[in-house]
Design a protein around this ligand. Sequence first.
Ligand SMILES: *Cc1c(COP(=O)(O)O)cnc(C)c1O
Length: 554
Amino acid sequence: MAKEKNGKKHADMDQPGLAALSPFELKDELIKAAGGGAVERPANVSMLNAGRGNPNFLATIPRHGFWQLGLFAMREAERSFAYLPEGVGGFPRRDGLEERFDLFLREHKGVDGIDFLRGAVSYVRDQLGLSAGDFLYEMCEGILASNYPVPDRMLKLSEVIVGQYLRREMIGKHPFVGEFDVFAVEGGTAAMTYIFNTMRENHLIKEGDTIALGMPIFTPYIEIPRLNDYRLNVVNLEADVANGWQYSKQELDKLRDPKVKAFFLVNPSNPPSVRIDDESLQYIADIVKERPDLILLTDDVYGTFADDFVSLFALAPKNTILVYSYSKYFGATGWRLGTIATHRDNVMDRLIAGLPKDAKKQLHERYESITTEPDKLKFIDRLVADSRTVALNHTAGLSTPQQVQMVLFSLFSLMDTPDAYKNALKRLIRSRKQALYEEVGISFEDDDPNQVDYYTILDIEFLGSRMYGREFVDWLLKNTEPSELLFRLAREARVVLLPGRGFGTQHPSGRVSLANLNESDYRLIGRALRRLIEEYVERFNAATGKNLDKTKVK
Ligand SMILES: *Cc1c(COP(=O)(O)O)cnc(C)c1O
């Protein structure tokens, strides 16, 4: 939380409560300052909002596939025995489905999405060894959405396919023994909500318990533990900008404290957008060997933007809850698609089985209405039940059209060899970063293989001292509020960035999303930043009698 220093205030911070706002809410204030109104309008081209994590790109091919599949499924519904011309259709029929689908593909030859669907069905049959007919049936029923999601955790073949996708993107070539279960959820947002809740309901975390957070981190991970619902103690593990945003061994050693029940991290991180290096991941995995009761939650929504990404889930599978979202990589925030994955043999189940008698009795009663053996209910199935207040377990689950789109996104990526889509996205965001920094006047070493570049952090202290030296930075920090810089950027240049502080960065900084504007916009943002910096250099020179060269680039 930004604190007022020595009673010195910035005009914008006079508004009561502004300092307490989450960065996402503060963004709305910045948008107002930029003249964008309370609700931002995409048509308002003169404002440059780089505060949004929402990408401005989206995957077209698997969406084409979705719509074509929908047309085929409609044909099935209308050829069903139950069809009435008043607009009453019926369920698709399993027998002959493959043949009718082939006919549909032939009739629609050359239409966008058709080749993708043909490839997807072959992939499912030939590469994954599943029944093409069963797959088509699940997809048709799913897209028509005429049945409750069954099984409620996830449709059967959908789970296998999404599991393969997670394996490819999160585990890769890393050895992985055993199987994992997947729960399809309404984005990373629901994943977080459900996991915190079920961990509490099942006594894995309780009021006053300590968890560790890998900082800086996506703000909700900071805010949720503070809520009245949880009241957790938090130990921060700090990644250091000067250390390429990696965690030092000393920071990671905080996980050795037996008081720490769980460690939550975002990898690659948000906002620094750097993946934890292999050595640190191994170090965490080694700590887990000493502390087999430690629960890890890794939120890997940016993993697909990294080269050869390997999740902590691959290194410590039995201790790790894996959260993934389709929002960023496929440009699909409106779809609300995410997953929670846990290994079939995991510490959460073991800890629940070892709870004191009273707690176990209470949990037995909690879940008794949904299974004859509530004590054996897996953690991941408890998540499903708790997501619908247990009593509505029978109507739980992600809507089936959502699962269909999730499956098509997954298949698209599985079939994306050799990584054409992935490389196109990487090129896109990296050239935006290049444009931004060029205009600011900073050359950046892009040889850090752990840089993912979905966001970039403009760390005043780090970049300022690199460009103009320590004395300038000390003067700047003493004479300005971090939010002053953000508000000036908004008011004067109509550029909106998010404050890094809200994500728990150690130094004043701004988060620039590289995903949601065009390259020319990043040039404009870079130029606005440059003007602001030069002005502060002039002021510094006037105030101190020094003679820094404001045109310097570094
Ligand atoms: C964007 C984001 C989410 C939210 O994802 P949704 O699937 O859109 O709800 C979760 N975690 C992190 C780290 C994110 O950046």
